[in-house]
Design a protein around this ligand. Structure first.
Ligand SMILES: [Zn+2]
Length: 91
């Protein structure tokens, strides 16, 4: 049985996002890290019917790596939880 990772090519990327700190409410642009999983064109190696069905349903997506960021406000600098940004996005 194939693993989900066998369906995708995986790369890490950064995307800017405008976020606000939950402590000081400072708004700034942060580079948020994501893992992009792009569906492969075809499966390789021995596959069975269930792998083929799962692969047919698979979609390219990206998943957020960062959960916390450090506030850029020099008077704050606290680690805040990223909110208002989804953790998984289909692409
Ligand atoms: Zn802050």
């Amino acid at each position: 049985m194939l693993q989900e990772r066998d369906f995708y090519d995986e790369v890490e990327t950064k995307k800017p996002a405008t976020l606000n700190c939950e402590f000081c409410h400072h708004v700034d642009t942060y580079e948020v890290r994501w893992v992009v999983r792009t569906k492969k064109k075809a499966l390789q190696g021995p596959v069975d019917d269930s792998d083929r069905v799962r692969f047919a349903r698979a979609q390219s997506y990206m998943t957020r790596v960062d959960t916390y960021l450090q506030c850029k406000n020099p008077r704050c600098r606290k680690r805040f939880t990223i909110s208002g940004l989804q953790s998984v996005a289909f692409i």
